[in-house]
Design a protein. Structure first.
Length: 407
């Protein structure tokens, strides 16, 4: 069976679902394909932090501004997909005090609400903070439940006419006369979907997909482990106030805490080592901020793959130095029409990424209309039970928030 659509989006994580939603809201006929359940890739295997931008404020001001803007939007439109926990940046003895000062100054320069807490206020916020704590900054971080977010975003897209196809792998891109014109999907018994434009939102798998069109997309995927432990009582996100490194974040999850993360280069986003030593190191490092974490039972551990984009080979010596910004790649510049890739980025900025792609695609198709995804609230935003029913429907259950969704 053959089908036709204006735009085919490949990849059902937060960005792909966001693109489908934005296009549908602008009246574009759109189909989304994901090889597994929605959020099965990077999105559902993240630490789920809703960044305030503070993490980037001292070295990536543009990224910090994007984060705080999207932080405010998601808190408004996403409801129970978000937990507005707040966050702390914690300086321990031995951490560089200049880094703390630079972080604070960067936050204030980028209009991120940042307050230095007294010792008493810091311990009221987190009574279990280490005795090694010297200074603490409060920032408006939060927690994203990615399964709910992606399921609600997909539901919104569908309400506005999008066709959402989880468990529909793309087997081949269809290329004719120097253009991508669709894809074969669903395996031997699948179908051919013809499209006026194809969007590659495959994340860490974007390079593999683009290669089917003869296009090079220089991804540099890295893995990171997250460790969920049974630990109630930590309310804000905790960030170690030092340059990004292993074991510098603790994410509250109701009766649990998620500890992360590492950054290990991999060649294949489907094939990488899962080393027990990484799990143990996460617990040790995060316990520097909250010593009691070292005594907790591990509930689950999972690895995610970051979709980092690094076309400059000179940057490939240190994966943590690669930009966490996003990149829109118009492949007509590579001699292939009708094909766009979106790579890099963060879960926090997925909506902005989707808006950028949708603006571009609508320009290519001659479609007018403005983005409304920053104003229209997601379906079920105020109803956790409805959100979790959508998670089940779309197969969006993921290890990042399985303890919350009950999937």
């Amino acid at each position: 069976m053959n089908r036709a659509t204006d735009v085919l989006v490949i990849g059902g994580g937060a960005t792909g679902a966001g693109i489908a939603r934005d296009l549908a809201l602008r009246g574009v006929d759109v189909t989304l394909c994901e090889r597994g359940g929605l959020a099965a890739g990077t999105t559902g295997r993240s630490h789920g932090v809703l960044h305030s931008g503070a993490r980037y404020a001292d070295f990536d001001p543009a990224g910090a501004r994007e984060c705080i803007a999207e932080n405010r939007i998601l808190k408004d439109i996403a409801g129970a997909c978000i937990d507005d926990t707040g966050g702390l940046f914690v300086q321990l003895d031995g951490d560089d005090p200049d880094y703390f000062d630079e972080k604070l100054a960067g936050c204030r320069e980028q209009d991120i609400d940042a307050t230095v807490l007294s010792d008493a206020d810091a311990r009221e916020a987190v009574p279990e903070l280490s005795e090694r704590t010297e200074r603490v900054i409060r920032v408006p971080d939060g927690v994203i439940y990615p399964s709910r977010l992606v399921a609600a975003t997909a539901a919104s897209a569908r309400e506005h006419g999008a066709r959402i196809l989880p468990n529909t792998p793309v087997t081949d891109l269809l290329c004719e006369d120097g253009a991508v014109v669709g894809a074969r999907v669903g395996g031997d018994d699948g179908e051919e979907i013809r499209a006026d434009h194809v969007v590659n939102a495959a994340g860490a798998w974007a390079e593999e997909l683009a290669a089917q069109a003869g296009v090079e997309v220089a991804m540099r995927p890295t893995t990171g482990v997250m460790v969920a432990v049974d630990h109630a009582g930590i309310e804000p996100v905790l960030n170690r106030c030092r340059p990004p490194s292993d074991g510098d974040i603790v994410v509250p999850h109701g009766s649990q805490a998620v500890l992360g993360t590492t950054s290990v280069d991999v060649d294949d986003p489907d094939d990488y080592d899962t080393d027990r030593e990484e799990i143990d190191r996460m617990v040790r490092e995060c316990a520097a901020m909250v010593p009691a974490l070292e005594e907790d039972e591990i509930s689950r551990a999972y690895w995610g793959v970051r979709p980092l984009y690094a076309p400059d080979e000179a940057e490939r010596d240190e994966s943590r130095s690669i930009s966490r910004g996003f990149f829109l790649l118009d492949h007509s510049r590579d001699g292939v029409d009708g094909f766009t890739s979106i790579v890099g980025g963060k879960l926090t900025t997925h909506r902005r990424m989707a808006e950028a792609v949708t603006d571009h695609v609508c320009g290519e198709l001659g479609v007018s209309g403005t983005c409304r995804t920053d104003e229209e609230r997601l379906p079920g935003h105020d109803d956790p039970e409805k959100l979790d029913a959508l998670v089940a429907e779309f197969g969006a259950d993921s290890p990042a928030d399985r303890d919350v969704t009950g999937a």
